[in-house]
Structures are given as C-alpha cells and as structure tokens.
Design a protein around this ligand. Structure first.
Ligand code: AQP
Length: 336
C-alpha cells in the first residue's frame, strides 16, 4: 500500500481532430473512472508545441479538445478539466524531472523514434523530452492511475521510473506514488484504416486513415468503404484475425462499440463479405459519434463559456499542484 489517495490523470494533445483511437483507447474509459475517483483530464497544449504547429489555431484546438471531452461525457463538475499551460507548475516540475531522468531511458522511447523517423537530429528537444513532461503532468498531482491507449504504456513506465528515482535519490520514500497505467477494453490500439500495422493517428497525412469524432455520416461511410481489407470473407474464429491486421482492426472497433467480445462479433458476421460488414460498422459508428459531434458543435458555439470553464479547471488543478510543488522545492534544496 502506497498510502496515496487514488487520483486519475490523463490528457490529450490539441494537435488536430480527435479520432476513434483517442475516443476508444482513452476518453471512453475516463467516464467510468470519474464516477469513482478524483480525476483530472487535461488538454496538453504544452506537448502540442513540441512539433510544428500554427499558434493562431492552438487556442481553438484546445477548446475543441475540451468540447470533445465534455461532449463524450466528461463532467466538468465532477472531474477537473483544464489546459496544461494554465498551470505553470507543470513546466517547473518537468525541469526537475529532466535532471532525474537518464538519457539512456529516453533513448529507448519508441514513440520518439516513430515520430522522428530518419529526422531525429531535426526534431525539437521538447519532443525528445516529451515523456519527462508527461511524468510531471501525472506526478504534480500525485496521480496514481493513468488511463491511456496502449501506445502510451512505455511513457507511463518512464513516469514510474522517475517517481522511484526521485524518491530514492532524495531519500523521501513514497513522496511520489508510482503510477499505474490503465489500459482497458477491446480497443486499446486502433489502427489506421489504410494500414493495419500503423496506429490511427491525428498526424497521419491521410484523412482516410482515421475517423474523426466530427466526421459526418457520409464521410464515415466513405472512409469505412475505402478502408483496406484483404479479399477473404470474415473468419469464423478470433484466432484467425491474428494474421489479418486490417480485418482485426475493423472487428475490434465493432466489438468496442457494442461492448462485445470479438468472437461474438464474428459469430454474427462470419463468412460474410467485408462490404456488408463495413456498412453495418459505419451505421454503428455514426449512431455513436453523431450525438457527440452535435454536442461539440453546441459547446463550441459559446467559446467564452468554454474559456470560463477552462480557467475554473486551472484554478482547481493549481489548488492541488501548488502545495505539492512547495514540498518538491524544499526536497530539492531550493531557497523557499
Ligand atoms: N490509435 C489509437 N488507439 C488507441 N488509443 C490511442 N490514443 C492515441 N491514438 C490511439 C490514445 O489517445 C490518448 C491521447 O493521445 P495524444 O493526443 O496525447 O497523442 P498520441 O498518443 O500521440 O495520439 P495521436 O493521435 O497519435 O496524436 P499525434 O498524431 O498528434 O501524435 C492517449 O491516451 C493515447 O494512448
């Protein structure tokens, strides 16, 4: 027992349209947690500037992510919903953690390698140290649980290493909790609709690779129709999906939205053609996403109200962060 109160922290970058992967891998899992635990859900706009971006669009993109959270069911009366950049302690703790984390640890991070590709030398230092800022995001609130998609597991593991090393190096056992990732459901890694081996991502240049939360019914139907599949019909057993990544992905999305296992979906569609299955999948996804998109539009029509809610969230977050940072400053030996 760590003795730390359970506290859930998670976030999303305002780097483009949120998509099905963000929704099924993360946001949807946040909703149950807010019924039981103290939860902080953050728009991580400091992470968003680690790659090329348009400063004229960032504030609006941040409002859009907040609208997506609320429209999906995150309740700002229950959970603390806020923008990372409005709580400056994130940057302060990240600096301290930059001095705790080891270069070798960061060199192992696969997401940096994936995003940088052959251009690592040209990437920002911020993108390289992104997981250190993420550790600060979580531990600034003494977060104990981090609901994320499978792609973020390695970053949460780094946050665990940083928490442990800080506690050991400064001789303050249990100062920070060692946070656990929560990776739930049948859709922890939704893949691109164009390539079953690449994850669905906001930054994929192809619009046809992802379903955005705000796509209309026709766009969703067209994207599923064009989604890559193999020529075989749907298999009988879940096991057969292992060798068929695109088929596996579409069946996983259907399973996630119907709260069924993949085998139950196959029992319904086995032996059928993908053209039929894709039609049923599009109808299902439209029925789930269109109320969210409508609510997002309603919320975004009143940006002043979103900004007001955002500032209130930042005040609530700061009320937790400031006392933790005061303790950290004493522990690291800064004049207080
Ligand atoms: N394809 C995915 N399947 C399941 N979960 C996913 N997540 C992202 N993509 C998938 C989860 O969404 C949360 C927020 O992610 P993020 O915005 O912080 O950044 P990301 O993981 O880098 O997501 P993207 O879409 O790939 O953004 P870009 O392209 O801007 O980098 C996380 O919990 C993540 O696991």
């Amino acid at each position: 027992m760590s003795g730390h109160e359970p506290l859930v922290f998670s976030g999303m970058q305002p780097t483009g349209n949120l998509h099905l992967g963000n929704y099924l891998g993360a946001i949807r899992n946040w909703l149950k947690l807010q019924e039981q635990y103290r939860c902080l859900y953050c728009m991580v706009d400091m992470h968003a500037i680690t790659v090329d971006y348009d400063p004229k669009q960032l504030a609006q993109a941040t409002r859009e992510v907040m609208a997506a959270y609320i429209a999906s069911g995150v309740d700002p009366k229950r959970s603390i919903v806020f923008a990372q950049s409005q709580v400056r302690e994130h940057a302060e703790l990240a600096w301290i953690f930059n001095c705790i984390a080891r270069v070798g640890w960061l060199n192992r991070m696969t997401q940096f390698k994936d995003k940088a590709g052959k251009n690592a030398e040209k990437m920002s230092v911020g993108l390289y140290t992104y997981p250190v800022l993420m550790a600060a995001d979580i531990l600034l609130y003494r977060g104990t649980h981090v609901p994320v998609g499978d792609d973020q597991k390695q970053h949460v593991e780094l946050a665990r290493d940083i928490a442990q090393k800080f506690n050991n190096d400064y001789g303050v056992p249990n100062f920070f909790p060692v946070p656990d990732p929560i990776i739930q459901g049948t859709a922890t890694r939704i893949m691109s609709l164009r390539d079953g081996k690449a994850k669905m991502s906001k930054s994929d240049p192809s619009e046809y690779s992802r379903i955005n939360l705000t796509d209309d019914a026709d766009t969703i139907a067209t994207k599923f129709k064009k989604a890559k599949t193999d020529p075989l019909p749907l298999p009988e057993s879940e096991k057969e999906l292992d060798e068929r990544p695109e088929a596996n992905n579409l069946v996983s999305i259907y399973a996630a939205f119907t709260d069924k296992g993949k085998q139950a979906v196959l029992d319904e569609f086995k032996g059928g053609q993908f053209s039929t299955f894709k039609g049923a999948l599009a109808d299902l996804v439209v029925s789930k996403l269109s109320p969210i998109a409508a609510e997002m539009r309603r919320l975004l029509a009143d940006p002043a109200e979103l900004d007001r809610l955002m500032l209130r969230g930042a005040d609530q977050a700061r009320a937790i962060a400031v006392p933790v940072m005061a303790e950290v400053r004493r522990v690291v030996g800064w004049v207080t």
